[in-house]
Design a protein around this ligand. Structure first.
Ligand code: TXA
Ligand code: MG
Length: 325
């Protein structure tokens, strides 16, 4: 593969170039409001296969198909329940992925052999513009190597996949910064399979009844692995007091830490690096992966992340997996 092209997402010619590459069956990383996606034309099986190779992703790990509007959903899914319409009416375009039965015309390669398919309409204008011009769906997992930290900036994509993909469209930092909520609509009661920006409560407010949101579910798909979203540096997730204790215990060691915290922490040892995070959930989520990418590049021994509040459940979910040993 040649050098990965970095294209400016604000430039019309760059967008045309990205569309041409996608039509030729190449991979292009495109910004979404959640994280950058590694896109391939979902109707082009050879192109979709390249996603698995570039990411080193096992081929039984299904992909999300991105479409331009709810009207296109029946080209990808079948047996669509009426609540899909209600939910999509509220949350699409946006950070919510719906799990439905797969339309028979969709290749099993896209869904990792499953008879269900995950679909969403993204909100990012660049992604929507490309979907409209391409007139197809785009299969797009997060644009990071398998199991690694998701990308919220073009430079994160380059760090992980340079030389393995045709291009990345640089659209700046993703606004939300954490992957979409996945909602399973194939069962009588909707079930959240991955926590995300659209919360259980937000969905229940629309439906008027309770839905399922198990902490752990048994669906064997990539986002459900205990270790995922991992920095290369050993990462520990601890409450503030445990971090302070841990640092004291290691006071005389040669170990150098990066401490990612949102409450006030004062640490005297000067060779530790403090990364103060916002103490508001949405701002924290927006920066979370960026800061993990940043400290992962530093010359440190361990990353200590202060445990966020329990109701920041999507951030916590990712941090548990990032720190799973
Ligand atoms: O925000 C997002 O969802 C981003 C952007 C690019 O749209 N995409 C993303 O894709 O996070 P990925 O591949 O990194 O995560 C997709 C998750 C995986 O955990 C996958 O296993 C699950 O969706 N998934 C996809 N199809 C599925 C299916 N048929 N059944 C169960 N889970 C599925
Ligand atoms: Mg991912």
């Amino acid at each position: 593969m040649n050098k990965t092209e970095v294209l400016n997402a604000n430039n019309h010619e760059a967008i045309s170039r990205a569309i041409d590459l996608l039509k030729e069956g190449e991979l292009v990383a495109i910004p979404t409001e959640t994280v950058y996606g590694l896109a391939a034309d979902a109707r082009n099986i050879n192109a979709v296969k390249k996603i698995f190779t570039a990411k080193n992703r096992p081929d039984n790990h299904p992909l999300i198909v991105h479409i331009s509007s709810f009207e296109k959903l029946s080209e990808w899914a079948k047996d669509i329940p009426s609540i899909a319409n209600i939910i999509a009416g509220h949350f699409w375009p946006g950070p919510l992925t719906l799990l439905l039965n797969k339309n028979d015309s969709v290749s099993d390669i896209v869904t990792g052999g499953l008879k269900t398919i995950a679909v969403r309409v993204p909100q990012h204008p660049v992604f929507l513009n490309i979907l409209n011009k391409l007139n197809s769906g785009l299969a797009a997992p997060s644009a990071n190597p398998h199991k690694r930290i998701s990308p919220t900036k073009a430079e994160h994509v380059i760090d992980g996949l340079s030389g393995k993909i045709a291009a990345v469209l640089d659209g700046g930092q993703s606004n939300i910064g954490i992957e979409s909520t996945i909602l399973d609509l194939t069962q009588p009661t909707p079930k959240i399979l991955r926590r995300g920006p659209v919360t259980k409560k937000m969905i229940e407010n629309i439906l008027g009844y309770e839905i399922d949101a198990p902490i752990q579910h048994t669906t064997s798909v990539s986002g459900n692995m205990k270790s995922h979203y991992q920095p290369n540096t050993k990462t520990l997730l601890m409450p503030k007091n445990d971090i302070l204790q841990y640092i004291n215990l290691n006071e005389n060691s040669h170990k150098k830490f990066a401490i990612v915290h949102y409450s006030n922490i004062e640490i005297t040892k000067s060779n530790n690096i403090l990364e103060k995070m916002p103490n508001c959930k949405s701002n924290y989520a927006k920066l979370m992966y960026d800061i993990l990418h940043k400290v992962d590049k530093l010359d440190i021994h361990e990353i200590l992340v202060e445990m966020p509040p329990t109701d920041w459940d999507d951030c916590l979910d990712r941090l548990y997996r990032a720190s799973h040993l």
